[in-house]
Design a protein around this ligand. Structure first.
Ligand code: CMC
Length: 385
């Protein structure tokens, strides 16, 4: 260039919503959207549901391989220790200051940000420190969510029980009672199924934050804020609100056909990547159904099954992870607005794996926009406008 102008940049065509755009390589999670397969570090999620535990899956996501017995014991103990699960007393006091109407997702977002101030590694972004912070946050977040549930209902928070795994302890801290084996198992499976999902919106947000060399807590706060929306993790809550509106399984078909005729969006269906059924949904349906039978409420799953059948025949659209999870949580007596925070209790582990991967081979994530605004606007002084 002789006139000093920059060489034209090669700009790739716009893809609305970054659909099918590959933005990075990753070794953490693989989705085959046509075959309906989901792999964590190469392991099929169906196998992990059958043979593994949430704690083991967390190790797999963070370290890239399954642990030995000894490694798993150390990891499980660290995740369960009261020192890691307990909230700093000032954070507990802070929770008591919020208006009772504050949603659990707002509390989670604010609470995680506050926990950063108390974390001994807050300013250290080394891999070792980020792993320590990830472990503490994974252990603390259930305590935070359960504590808010108790506080907003005027009850005292329940201290964590180090003899219970993460799933069982969360349910224990919510209610003060040890969960049934089926409830604890169902919750553990739900945690496995929500742990990671490639470059979904919240993981991408967490990676964008980590890509500026910001810290783990900041990336997780970005993830939580992004998960909250109804097109992403917030869908599980919306599904239950829909089920509560329908109430009667006999009315489900007419209700959903009316919604489709009005071109409404049915929560818990559709996916950016899956073109067939989401492989996670079948596990959650089975567990929601078993739990529903145990507690004598089969109507939620019946309503959802009817909706799923209409969506499949009319729209060729299938259940995603958010369709049946809420029915399982509701059968455990969990409040509807806790469903999305529960998603986050699991996904924090995937976000952390992605932050570690991003920091391990970082390049700032900074895309372009196609500018469609004016280019020759002339400034008009305030007095002349
Ligand atoms: N109900 C009815 N129609 C739908 C739905 C739905 N759930 N999802 C997509 N469509 C239709 C949409 O109206 C559009 O039709 P048309 O081309 O005639 O306008 C077409 O399908 C494409 O929709 P899109 O919004 O461009 O597709 P997307 O890839 O951007 O959306 C999605 C993916 C998940 C946001 C969307 O399917 C949706 O809104 N689903 C409901 C919310 C939900 O369940 N979210 C959870 C997603 S999975 C787990 C998670 O991330 O938490």
């Amino acid at each position: 260039m002789t006139n000093g102008a920059a060489a034209p940049q090669q700009i790739h065509p716009l893809k609305a919503g970054l659909e099918d755009v590959i933005v990075s390589t990753s070794e953490i999670c693989f989705i085959d959207g046509h075959k309906g397969r989901l792999l964590y570090r190469g392991y099929d999620v169906d196998d992990l549901v059958e043979h593994s535990t949430f704690e083991e899956v967390v190790y797999l996501l963070w370290h890239g391989r399954l642990p030995s017995r000894k490694e798993l014991d150390v990891h499980v103990k660290a995740l369960a220790s009261t020192a890691n699960r307990r909230l700093p007393s000032k954070v507990l006091s802070m929770l008591k200051l919020f208006p009772k109407k504050t949603t659990p997702m707002e509390i989670l977002r604010t609470g995680v940000s506050a926990l950063s101030a108390f974390d001994p590694d807050s300013n250290d972004n080394s891999r070792e420190a980020t792993l320590r912070k990830a472990l503490r946050l994974t252990a603390q977040m259930p305590t935070l969510v359960a504590a808010w549930e108790r506080i907003r209902k005027g009850k005292a928070p329940v201290s964590p029980n180090p003899r219970l795994n993460l799933a069982g302890n969360f349910l224990y801290m919510l209610t003060g009672k040890k969960p049934t084996p089926l409830a604890a198992k169902t919750f553990d499976v739900a945690l496995i199924l929500h742990a990671d999902h490639e470059f979904n919106a919240s993981t991408f947000a967490a990676r964008v934050t980590a890509g500026t060399l910001s810290d783990l807590h900041s990336a997780i706060v970005s993830g939580i804020g992004t998960l909250k929306g109804p097109l992403h993790g917030g869908a599980n809550e919306q599904v239950m609100l829909m089920v509560e509106k329908i109430k009667d399984p006999a009315k489900a078909e007419a209700w959903i056909r009316k919604l489709l005729a009005e071109r409404g969006r049915v929560m818990g269906f559709g996916h950016r990547v899956y073109r067939v059924a989401d492989p996670r949904a079948k596990h959650l349906r089975r567990l929601a159904s078993e739990l529903g039978e145990q507690v004598g409420n089969t109507s939620y799953v019946k309503i959802l099954d009817t909706i799923a059948s209409v969506m499949s025949s009319e729209k060729h659209m299938f259940a995603n992870v958010d369709l049946y999870s809420g029915a399982a949580y509701a059968a455990m007596g969990i409040s509807t607005d806790q469903f999305t925070p529960i998603f986050a209790l699991s996904r924090v582990t995937g976000w952390a794996a992605h932050v570690l991967e991003q920091h391990g081979n970082n390049r700032l994530i900074r895309p372009r926009s196609e500018y469609t605004g004016p280019t020759d606007a002339k400034y008009v002084p305030l007095s002349e406008r």
